[in-house]
Design a protein around this ligand. Structure first.
Ligand code: SF4
Length: 516
């Protein structure tokens, strides 16, 4: 279904598959097998090497494809590798594309119109091609997942020893979505299978599973990634990002609880398994990853960002002329800072987005540097002679912030630059969703290595904002960035800004502890 002669990346296959006992057409635009994926898009946003994949599903009285297309597209900020849609009508229609060099929209805009059916699921994925179509003793189903299976290797080996085989290999390993499907297939029924899968995995997995009965939506047991349910007349939708509902006419009716399983069908919404009390939702959803118009657990992303900015301002005594945010995710934090401090919010840097897809991963470092340089345009009239408070969601490596943001402010005559990240120093790479950054790349770890003269295991002293070592670390990062002052948000204030109890949040990035 690729049109207009656009054919270089994908291989088209037509596969006939039993559904339920007859024949169904599956169309696959594949990336050409293992190694087809490109590097992550970590060039435009400071936390761009972190994302968790986004899911959207719909059960409709009429054709679902148009709404499914837009609903899935509204998750484009959550992944940059693969986009996929599966629609079930009289048969399964499925398509998967590598979106690392183009946007989901452009890949699917013609194709979705040929997907006929009133139930479907879509996914923007950062790790594996999906959704997969699985033939099982429970019938044929399509499945998509957001999350990361830490013990993927051990579970794979166990299944191989049992004589099972895997048909979907991605970058030399099994596709986690297929692994999850195989674990589900060991259950007495689909719900029991999902429960068994949850029992066996380490890490996180929220899934959508589409079959003739509807869509089974299951939220990760610790709730690290969200799922919400929306209603539009007789239609039901499920999404990772609630912002996907707003322009499609859905009313948000339910936040799934951790471990909860529901079934969306033509006869309504049925709870198949109640939620679990334990929850560790990713705090980064509010700080960086999530879209400003979304809410998780009933808490608005934009309002949390404003709260973060307010806390930064409350603890600040710096004298400045204006406050600004690093576009885009620093903007909400900066607005909050401005509201609290009374400083004017201004835009010394604007982001030029036309022509640059969020999902575009330039092929070489040289071009990536060039694109990053081109994207933020300084406004000299706002910068020159001013003392600037610059709010940022977080500092990962610090190299982009230094080379493409701070440099431009100095070059355009900034008098002072005061950096205010909305979260504490990042100390540990994410192990539950997805991250390509390694511990040694993190700015805080580089500071510690310099101060200690070597890498150290126990960094607890550096986590305490009252300690001398913490001050030394922050001062090293400040000098490395080349700015007037640098002051991070405290963990307590970040948690207060979100408004959930600490024990309900995943804070592993900052504490290194799974229980905090
Ligand atoms: S480790 Fe960090 S990014 Fe990963 S889920 Fe926890 S808070 Fe989110």
């Amino acid at each position: 279904m690729i049109r207009g002669g656009e054919r270089p990346i994908f291989r088209e296959e037509l596969i006939y598959t039993p559904f339920p006992m007859g024949k169904g057409l599956i169309r696959v635009g594949s990336s050409g097998g293992a190694g087809g994926g490109k590097g992550r898009n970590f060039f435009f946003d400071s936390m761009g090497d972190f994302a968790m994949s986004g899911l959207f599903g719909l059960v409709s009285k009429g054709d679902c494809a148009t709404t499914l297309f837009y609903g899935t597209d509204y998750h484009s900020h959550m992944g940059t590798e693969y986009g996929g849609m599966a629609v079930l009508g009289d048969r399964f229609y499925r398509s998967i594309h590598d979106i690392s060099q183009s946007q989901f929209k452009s890949k699917f805009v013609d194709e979705y119109k040929e997907m006929k059916g009133n139930m479907g699921i879509g996914v923007i994925s950062d790790r594996e091609p999906q959704p997969l179509i699985i033939g099982s003793r429970f019938g044929t189903f399509a499945i998509a997942m957001a999350g990361l299976i830490e013990n993927r290797e051990a579970l794979t080996q166990a299944l191989l020893q049992e004589g099972q085989s895997f048909g979907e290999m991605t970058r030399g390993g099994v596709n986690s979505v297929e692994l999850v499907a195989k674990l589900i297939n060991t259950g007495r029924d689909l719900v029991d299978g999902i429960e068994r899968m949850f029992d066996q995995i380490k890490g996180s997995a929220s899934i959508l599973l589409l079959n003739e009965q509807g869509i089974y939506a299951a939220r990760d047991r610790l709730g690290r990634s969200p799922l919400v349910i929306g209603e539009r007349g007789a239609d039901f939708a499920v999404a990772t990002e609630s912002c996907a509902f707003l322009n499609l006419g859905f009313k948000l009716i339910k936040y799934l609880e951790p471990g909860e399983i529901v079934q969306l069908g033509h006869d309504g919404l049925k709870q198949k398994m109640g939620g679990k009390p334990s929850s560790r939702i990713c705090a980064f959803l509010w700080i960086y990853t999530g879209y400003p118009a979304s809410s998780y657990e009933g808490i608005s992303v934009e309002v949390v960002r404003e709260n973060c900015g307010r806390y930064l301002a409350k603890n600040d005594s710096v004298q400045a002329d204006l406050v600004a945010g690093v576009p885009d995710s620093g903007v909400g934090h900066a607005i909050g800072y401005a509201m609290e401090s009374g400083l004017p919010y201004r835009r010394p840097l604007t982001k030029y987005t036309p022509g640059y897809g969020r999902s575009y991963t330039p092929p070489s470092q040289e071009i990536r540097d060039l694109v990053a340089t081109m994207k933020l345009i300084p406004i000299k009239e706002v910068i020159c002679g001013n003392r600037i408070v610059l709010c940022e969601d977080s500092i990962v490596r610090g190299t982009q912030l230094k080379n493409y943001t701070i440099k431009k402010l100095w070059e355009n005559g900034a008098k002072e630059i005061h950096i205010r990240p909305a979260c504490p120093p990042l100390m540990f790479p994410c192990k539950f969703a997805l991250s390509t950054r390694s511990t040694s790349e993190l700015a805080a770890r580089r500071a510690i290595r310099t101060i200690e003269g070597k890498d150290i295991e126990d960094v607890s002293e550096y986590l305490d904002p009252q300690s001398e070592k913490y001050s030394k670390m922050v001062d090293w990062i400040r000098r490395e960035l080349g700015v007037t002052t640098l002051k991070y948000q405290t963990l307590d204030d970040m948690v207060k800004a979100i408004g959930l109890p600490k024990e309900k949040l995943c804070l592993y990035c900052w504490t290194g502890k799974e229980g905090e």
